[in-house]
Design a protein around this ligand. Structure first.
Ligand SMILES: [Ca+2]
Ligand SMILES: [Ca+2]
Length: 357
C-alpha cells in the first residue's frame, strides 16, 4: 500500500529548495505527491510475510501432490499384485484339473501329462509358470504317528533316524524321539508335555501330525535352519532334509508311502538300507525305461527280511502333490504354492494354500 510520510516529504522539499529558485514551490510539491516513500523496515516485513505465505503454500501443495502420487502408486501396485495372484489361481485350477484327468490312477510317474510344466505368456506381457511336484517322492515325517500293527513293518522312527543321519545328524535318536512324541497321539515318552513344562519351553506337543514343515522349529532339539540345511546344528554341507522328507498333514493310520517312480536316488539308498545298491540301481534302470507299475520286479533282488518290512513304505502311485505357480507381470512377481490331495478315485482337493512372495 502506498504511504506518504510528512517528514520525508518536508525533508525532500528542503533539499529541492536549497538548489535554485526555479525549483521553488511546484516541482517540490509535485514530487511530494507522486512519490511513494515507505520506511524500508515495513516494506521488507510485508515482503517477507508474502514470501513466507507463498512458500508455505508451495510446501503444502507439493506435499499433497506427493501424497496423491504415492496413493496412486500404492493402489496400482495392489491392483497389479491382485491381478498376478488371479493369474496364479487360474493356473493352479488348471493344474488341479490335469491331476484329476490322470487316466492312470494306479501308477504315477514323471512322463505323465500332469508332470509337465505349464508356461503361458499373455499379450499383456505376463508370464505364468506352473509345475506339479509329486510330494510322495519324499518321506513323510508324519509317518511317525503310525503304530506298527501285526503286519511286519519297520518302525517309522528307525527310518527317520536313518534319514536324519543321512542329512548330517551324528546323534539323531534324541531328536527323532522328540519329533515322534510331538506327533504321536499318546503321551508316553521322554519328550511329551511334562518335558516341555519342566524345561520351561514355550511350545506344547499337539500329539497330532505336523501341519507343515514350519512347525518343526517348535519341537525340542530342532533349529530354525534345520529343514533347509540339515545337520544337527543346521550346517549347510549336508543333504537338506527338505530334499528327502516332507510333511503331509492328515491322520496317519498307515504310512504314506514313497513313490519309487519319482523318489531321488539318495532317498532310495537310505530306505533300502546298507548293501542294497543293486536294488537301487534296478529301480533307477527300470523306471528310466518304463514306469514301475508294481513292486513285483524288485522282490527277487531285494534283501527279503528288510524288503518285507519296507514294502509298507513304498509304492508306485501318489496321492499328494504340490502345485507351484509363479506369475511375472511387467511390474510384479508373485508365487503361490498349493498342497493337494487326490483320492484313489481321482477327487482332488487343496489342503494348504501358501500365498508367497
Ligand atoms: Ca497316473
Ligand atoms: Ca505324543
Amino acid at each position: 500500500m502506498p504511504c506518504l510520510s510528512t517528514t520525508s516529504v518536508s525533508s525532500f522539499c528542503r533539499t529541492a529548495r536549497g538548489g535554485s529558485d526555479r525549483s521553488r514551490g511546484s516541482p517540490c510539491e509535485t514530487s511530494a505527491v507522486h512519490e511513494s516513500v515507505c520506511p524500508r523496515s515495513r516494506c521488507g516485513s510485508a515482503l517477507v510475510l508474502v514470501l513466507t505465505v507463498l512458500g508455505t503454500l508451495l510446501i503444502v501443495l507439493t506435499y499433497l501432490l506427493k501424497e496423491a502420487a504415492g496413493s496412486t502408486r500404492l493402489a496400482r501396485a495392489r491392483l497389479d499384485r491382485e491381478r498376478a495372484y488371479a493369474l496364479t489361481a487360474a493356473a493352479i485350477e488348471r493344474a488341479l484339473q490335469r491331476l484329476a484327468d490322470d487316466d492312470d490312477l494306479l501308477t504315477d510317474h514323471l512322463r505323465e501329462p500332469w508332470a509337465q510344466p505349464e508356461r503361458i505368456e499373455t499379450p499383456d506381457g505376463d508370464l505364468i509358470e506352473t509345475v506339479i511336484e509329486d510330494e510322495q517322492r519324499r518321506f513323510d515325517l508324519n509317518n511317525l504317528a503310525v503304530i506298527p500293527g501285526t503286519h511286519p513293518m519297520l518302525p517309522p522312527s528307525d527310518l527317520v533316524v536313518d534319514l536324519l543321519r543321512f542329512c548330517g545328524d551324528s546323534d539323531p535318536q534324541p531328536r527323532v524321539a522328540a519329533l515322534k512324541d510331538w506327533i504321536d497321539a499318546d503321551m508316553d515318552g521322554p519328550y511329551e508335555l511334562e518335558f516341555y513344562i519342566q524345561a520351561n519351553l514355550p511350545s506344547r506337543p499337539p500329539n497330532a501330525p505336523l501341519l507343515s514343515p514350519d512347525e518343526i522349529v517348535f519341537v525340542h532339539g530342532f533349529s530354525s535352519k534345520w529343514w533347509h540345511r540339515g545337520g544337527a546344528e543346521g550346517a549347510s554341507d549336508h543333504c537338506p532334509p527338505a530334499r528327502v522328507m516332507t510333511v503331509l498333514p492328515s491322520p496317519h493310520t498307515h504310512p504314506v508311502p514313497v513313490n519309487l517312480n519319482t523318489a531321488p536316488e539318495e532317498l532310495l539308498l537310505v530306505l533300502f538300507g546298507p548293501g542294497q545298491r543293486q536294488l537301487v540301481n534296478l529301480v533307477c534302470t527300470l523306471r528310466d525305461t518304463a514306469p514301475l507299475r508294481s513292486l513285483e520286479p524288485l522282490v527277487a533282488v531285494a534283501e527279503p527280511v528288510r524288503a518285507l518290512r519296507l514294502w509298507a513304505y513304498v509304492d508306485v502311485r501318489s496321492e499328494w502333490f504340490s502345485v507351484h505357480s509363479t506369475a511375472t507381470t511387467p511390474r510384479v512377481r508373485v508365487h503361490v504354492h498349493a498342497l493337494v490331495h487326490r483320492t484313489s478315485d481321482g477327487v482332488v482337493r487343496v489342503v494348504r494354500w501358501d500365498r508367497g512372495r
